[in-house]
Design a protein around this ligand. Structure first.
Ligand code: SPV
Ligand code: MN
Length: 626
């Protein structure tokens, strides 16, 4: 018996296919040692990370790490989906032939873990025992201890998850090799990073990063790209970048469930952790089920069910505070084992800070270092606490990582292997001037069409096209694994078979006035439009038909305890038909990219275009609320 065998035995890895996978890749990347990990190893690995200087302590048993300065976010242009079938090429999936790209990544990984430990992370992306169990198991190999500690929070980790497989070789094989981060040419024509999902082989090869979804392979590589591919290959499910919540009415005892897509970093975590405003808190509770990924399937009872495959939260730190998200602040408080990445850190106080945690950065800058590790006190005085772009203390994509068990409003259904029945599907992006607070869509095709035309505003600085949308279909643009036309057909098929299909709606918390001020207070107040939607689904309110869907009448919204300017409310519940007509033109271009888009989607598009023309009737005014 050799050292590797002993390591696999010690880690309880009995699955022969997993053992063979480890041996094959250990021979290739050449680590100094192999170690199988489970959630029970957390405390020891944390101690090792502290001793090695990979972590710094934060008060209350929490930890801080910085990533390499050029390794702070996902890189969409270096992320690829590969298969052996050219028909899998879509508009957004960066498709490559598997036999071309695999050798390239394998060459980069050869011998690249020398001197390091290869950690073997057996994991499950699902609560145990779901009907989608067969697609939830995986093994990630990584040469980063910090990645292991994140995976322990984000997924269910342990060799036991591989012992229950109906087909013992049916697990996702993930290989993560960090590489020499200072020599990878990030962002140059000679960029050596490759983040590849070989979807038809269920093999994930990620080289050249230790950050977020680039390195935690259970999350978006398996949980979204691989899973959406598996969902269509098996015909069994959809995997979407969706948040998932329950809204409990304490009066009736009934809990309704809503899932929905918002582009990355558009407030899904705040929505899923929202606290009802005081006037509604006596009657309603909002339950967290998930803030980033949902797998949806049709249950035997004829309803669409969903569950969150993750076991933790990888949340955006920026603007998280007691007012915006008190549940998140509790979920990352003392005693939670939270990991902070790329926020500002003070080694003397063992404290962290990020933009928006408090209105101003700490008054006394002594000991504080920014996310790059540089002392704030070394900056010129005018740049220490300026808050200006470039002077931030934390990176805009700095994150906290905490286990679901720490989330105060976690749903009692969080571990239910069936998931929860879905009453409504919502889509929303950051849109300044066109999208009303909420508009319900009354058919499946209109709902899917709406998801497909989801977008967030392109900022003038970034894209030079102020006001135009950067489309992000179903909030899945960076995670699409197969062609969009087929993807849409899958949606129509799966939801179309439901006996009680969910209602669809588009929401927008981000409308602004000419001066740039938000018209809607957002956060917990977002419960109000969602309650209206559930009432609408139940036929308790009728709303007002407009060319773009059904909008609430003012008197149908529960506004108790909310002080909002009447003109602002009218604006939030109205539709700018002129703005919409412009939008319809760019939608036509957007949709035309997708081969084989199902006819019902084109019909929904044409219906909207015609309704807008009819509504405009040559006028250039707003269709105003009642
Ligand atoms: C996102 O960017 O949408 C995330 C974070 O959820 S990461 O896992 O890094 O993709
Ligand atoms: Mn996400």
């Amino acid at each position: 018996m050799d050292a590797e065998d002993r390591a696999l035995d010690a880690g309880g890895l009995r699955n022969d296919a997993a053992r063979a996978f480890v041996r094959q890749w250990a021979a290739h990347t050449q680590p100094a040692a192999v170690e199988v990990v489970s959630a029970a190893d957390d405390a020891r690995l944390v101690a090792e990370a502290l001793a090695a200087g990979e972590f710094a302590p934060v008060t209350g048993g929490r930890y801080y790490a910085r990533s390499y300065v050029k390794d702070t976010a996902r890189s969409e242009e270096r992320t690829f989906v590969a298969t052996s079938n050219p028909a899998d090429r879509g508009v957004y999936n960066n498709w490559l032939p598997a036999d071309e790209v695999k050798p390239v990544v394998e060459r980069l990984m050869a011998g690249a873990s020398r001197g390091k430990t290869m950690y073997v992370i057996p994991y499950l992306m699902a609560p145990p025992g779901t009907p989608l169990d067969a697609w939830a198991a995986g093994v990630e190999l990584t040469d980063s201890r910090v990645v292991v500690l994140h995976m322990i929070r984000m997924a269910r980790v342990g060799a036991e998850h591989l012992d229950r497989l109906a087909d013992p070789s049916h697990f996702v094989r993930g290989v993560h090799v960090t590489g020499d981060l200072e020599r990878l040419g990030q962002g140059t024509p000679d960029d050596k990073r490759y983040f590849v999902t070989v979807a038809d082989e269920r093999l994930i090869l990620h080289f050249g990063s230790s950050y977020g979804g680039n390195a935690l392979l259970g999350k978006i590589a398996h949980g979204l790209r691989q899973a959406s591919y598996d969902g269509q290959a098996s015909g069994r499910f959809l995997a979407e970048q969706f948040m998932l919540i329950g809204i409990r009415d304490k009066e009736t005892g009934r809990t309704r469930h809503i899932c929905g897509g918002f582009p990355s970093a558009s407030g899904k975590t705040n929505l899923a952790m929202m606290m009802p405003p005081p006037a509604l808190a006596g009657r309603y509770e909002v339950h967290y089920l998930g803030d980033d990924i949902a797998w949806l399937y049709l249950n035997d009872d004829g309803r669409v069910y969903a569950f969150n495959p993750e076991n933790g939260v990888f949340g955006v730190a920026k603007d998280t505070n007691e007012r915006s998200n008190a549940n998140a602040m509790a979920a990352i408080g003392a005693g939670t084992g939270t990991l902070f990445t790329n926020v500002a850190y003070n080694a003397v106080m063992q404290e962290v800070w990020w933009e928006g945690r408090t209105p101003q950065p700490p008054e006394d800058v002594a000991g504080w270092r920014d996310w790059r590790g540089e002392l704030i006190s070394d900056r010129p005085a005018g740049r220490q606490r300026s808050g200006a772009a470039g002077d931030e203390w934390s990176h805009p994509n700095s994150r906290f990582t905490t286990a679901l068990a720490n989330v105060p409003n976690l749903s009692p259904e969080a571990d239910n292997p069936l998931g929860v029945p879905i009453d409504a599907v919502i889509f929303g992006g950051r849109v300044r001037d066109r999208e009303p607070l909420i508009r319900a869509l009354t058919s499946l095709a209109e709902g899917v069409y709406d998801g497909l035309t989801l977008g967030a505003e392109a900022t003038f600085a970034a894209e030079g096209k102020d006001g135009l949308l950067r489309y992000d279909p179903m909030s899945m643009r960076p995670f699409m694994s197969y062609p969009e036309g087929r993807y849409v057909q899958r949606w129509l098929n799966l939801i179309g078979r439901a006996k009680r299909p969910p209602v669809f709606a588009h929401v927008n918390w981000f409308q602004r006035d000419a001066g740039g001020r938000y018209l809607w207070p957002g956060y917990g107040e977002n419960l109000r439009p969602l309650l209206w939607l559930l009432d609408f689904a139940d036929g308790r309110v009728e709303g007002r038909q407009t060319p773009v869907g059904v909008l609430p009448r003012k008197e149908e919204l529960r506004l108790d305890g909310l002080s909002i300017d009447a003109a602002n409310l009218d604006h939030l519940l109205s539709v700018d038909l002129v703005r919409w007509s412009l939008e319809v033109e760019s939608r036509e271009e957007h949709l035309s990219q997708f081969a084989g888009l199902p006819e019902p989607i084109w019909q929904a598009h044409r219906r909207l275009a015609q309704a807008l023309m009819g509504g405009l009737g040559g006028r250039t005014t707003r269709s105003s609320g009642t």
